[in-house]
Unconditional design. Structure first.
Length: 296
């Protein structure tokens, strides 16, 4: 448990807000919202700030809802992992009923905001992301490593959602952004799964592609990371981005690939940690480069 949570009474308003933040996976949700907002900016001819804020709020609520439903389903396995045992549900600080009510209200509110202020396509995309994450990816995590592939679909929705929110179309450019985020998730998530392998095993999760921290898992990670290099050039050749963004994206892809190659070479937690942090940097760099290139 964090020092902040230890200093708060479980019944205080601040403690409740903190627990809702844990239930919604606040930091992860913010990262999801940022990718949707950047994609919205890439797709906008001129920025409508009302729509931008509604996208951010609606995306936050619907993503938070899916994370809450995930924790409701995994409340028992969360007790088995050091990383998650102090979440509000396994720790008993929140009831299942309360968590369910909050998640339903948040999900319905997010769907309404995306549909009413943006367009129906955006609302349905958000709903697809929520349902597929909570009811397809989540239960598959204890069954097969294929769950990562299934989870990559809702995981890649934010950039497509941001594009559709701006353009009201499922055009080729939106699918380019979707594809980049889709492929990016494999090295991103496998790096995390490598570091959390023992915890995940305790909970019965099968998430590394070759079943463990081995060369085969590292090789698959490296292959997906390498794929991002040519994929990162598609925005340039499709006319979506310019030379500056192409150079930046290619350099980011090369650095990311080098980090994955180090994992393949050494198969250590230290290499996996560097790859994980590299993944946190790669996607924002790609999206910000496309935004800045458009402004320029």
């Amino acid at each position: 448990m964090s020092k902040l949570s230890m200093t708060m009474s479980h019944n205080s308003p601040l403690s409740r807000i903190y627990d809702y933040g844990l239930l919604f996976k606040f930091r992860l949700t913010i990262l999801v919202v940022i990718s949707a907002v950047l994609a919205f900016l890439i797709g906008s001819e001129s920025v409508n700030y009302t729509k931008l804020w509604m996208l951010a709020l609606g995306g936050f609520l619907i993503t938070g809802s899916s994370n809450a439903l995930n924790q409701i389903y995994e409340r028992k396995t969360d007790k088995l992992m050091k990383r998650t045992q102090n979440r509000p549900l396994p720790d008993g600080r929140m009831t299942i009923t309360e968590a369910m009510i909050v998640s339903i209200i948040a999900g319905a509110s997010g769907f309404f905001l995306l549909t009413y202020f943006l367009n129906l396509k955006s609302g349905l995309l958000g709903l697809f992301g929520l349902l597929s994450y909570a009811f397809a990816y989540t239960p598959l995590k204890r069954v097969t490593p294929f769950a990562v592939f299934v989870g990559a679909f809702p995981g890649a929705v934010p950039t497509l959602l941001g594009w559709v929110a701006a353009t009201n179309t499922f055009s080729f450019e939106g699918w380019i952004l979707f594809a980049i985020q889709f492929i990016w998730q494999f090295p991103h998530f496998w790096a995390i799964a490598w570091l959390m392998h023992d915890d995940y095993q305790n909970a019965g999760f099968q998430l590394l592609p070759a079943g463990g921290k081995n060369n085969a898992s590292a090789l698959q990670t490296t292959i997906y990371t390498f794929t991002l290099i040519p994929l990162g050039l598609v925005p340039y050749y499709s006319g979506m981005g310019g030379k500056i963004s192409a150079i930046v994206i290619t350099l980011a892809g090369l650095v990311f690939f080098f980090q994955s190659f180090r994992l393949l070479k050494y198969c250590t937690d230290e290499a996996a940690k560097k790859l994980m942090f590299g993944s946190f940097i790669y996607l924002p760099v790609v999206l910000i480069a496309l935004v800045l290139d458009k402004i320029h």
